[in-house]
Design a protein around this ligand. Structure first.
Ligand code: KG4
Ligand code: ZN
Length: 343
């Protein structure tokens, strides 16, 4: 099927998100977020997220169907995030998707949230026919991947040893009293700061690290360095701290992503996940990739953070590629590995 009409459901964290695509065309992207209910706790509270999904899911599906100007009976398939994520949150999505698919007699695809982040790029840019390197940077994961075929073959080259990149943004924002989630707040604050003001450490970049762990990341040393700097420098300029911290994260992410391109001989890079919305990451990536002759693809900022369009996009690619649907009842897998594109 070349232009399948697919509804995607995403509930792995705090967004109840529904996307509808026809082939590579986005028809609806409905997002209900419970972020404000979590803000005072400084992070996502699983029970609050699950309850919010239960309340939001049916109205969100109805709104998406209305926006897309389709009828549920026109659909060719349902796709849902099966993991990784918060198990109670995931289950609201998988149970709803299973009920919908069964009621409508449609194939159901239980897909990987991380692969979905990468696949949303194909709503904007052409599907690469050759392998591509993907830098996946979100609140829960940071990894470097070699994507041979987004519907079936992903190899992990490296990952973070401690905090995810987004988690580092969230933790530093908390120390700087910038609120939650921290990424957008630091991105904004950093615009008034000097990125070279403070030389914060770049994790896992010693000569030995480049030999032993070339594609792994570590952000915990950076977090400690920022905390120590703030203690030792009470008269600090917050925007300079934000900008210098952000620069250290951006620098190390791109050093490693470009090294992966170089050593694999792959001259194409996709950057995906919530942190890919970061304006400085997008700017420095464009500059360095142009100089290195690497074709860069980054989804629009609104499609980088969690959404339903990415799940629908991966579902649509699965249908077009003739991949089998997920058979029978399936459990959400809160620690689903990135190499498993679908269940
Ligand atoms: O992909 P995502 O929406 O959810 C997960 O799957 O985790 O990523 C959320 C993360 C949060 O840590 C958030 O602070 C970060 O992405 N983020 C950003 C920006 N927008 C969101 N980080 C840096 N700069 C941004 N503009
Ligand atoms: Zn995500």
């Amino acid at each position: 099927m070349s232009q399948p009409l697919v509804l995607g459901i995403e509930t792995s964290c705090d967004e109840t998100a529904i996307g509808i695509v026809r082939g590579r065309t986005l028809l609806a992207n409905e997002i209900a977020s419970s972020v404000e209910e979590h803000a005072r706790f400084g992070g996502v509270v699983p029970e609050i997220a699950s309850r919010a999904h239960l309340e939001a899911i049916l109205p969100s599906i109805e709104r998406a169907v209305r926006d897309a100007k389709i009828s549920l009976k026109d659909l060719d398939a349902i796709a849902v995030t099966a993991g990784p994520g918060l198990v109670g949150a995931l289950l609201v999505g998988t149970a709803s998707a299973a009920g919908l698919a069964q009621g409508l007699g449609l194939p159901l695809y239980g897909v990987n949230h991380l692969a979905a982040h990468v696949s949303v790029d194909y709503l904007t840019h052409d599907l690469p026919t050759d392998p591509t390197i993907a830098l996946l940077v979100s609140g829960g994961h940071s990894s470097l991947l070699q994507v041979n075929d987004i519907t079936s073959s992903i190899t992990k080259l490296g990952a973070t040893m401690d905090d995810a990149a987004g988690e580092a943004f969230d933790k530093i924002a908390r120390i700087l009293n910038l609120g939650f989630p921290g990424g957008p707040a630091i991105d904004h604050d950093a615009r008034n700061g000097n990125p070279s003001a403070i030389d914060f450490p770049r994790g896992l970049t010693t000569t030995n690290d480049w030999e032993v762990r070339p594609y792994d990341f570590s952000f915990s040393g950076l977090k400690t360095a920022v905390a120590r700097y703030l203690e030792a420098t009470p008269e600090n300029i917050r925007a300079d701290v934000s900008a210098s911290f952000q620069e250290a994260v951006v620098d190390v992410l791109l050093l490693k992503a470009l090294a992966a391109c170089k050593s694999s001989g792959i001259d194409s890079l996709v950057i995906a996940g919530g942190v890919a919305a970061n304006s400085r990451l997008r700017e420095v990536a464009a500059d360095r990739c142009a100089k290195a002759g690497i074709q860069l693809r980054i989804p629009s900022p609104g499609l980088c953070t969690d959404n339903g369009a990415m799940v629908a996009a991966l579902g649509s690619l699965m249908v077009s590629a003739g991949r089998p649907a997920t058979e029978g009842a399936f459990d959400a897998d809160s620690s689903l590995q990135v190499e498993r594109v679908s269940l």
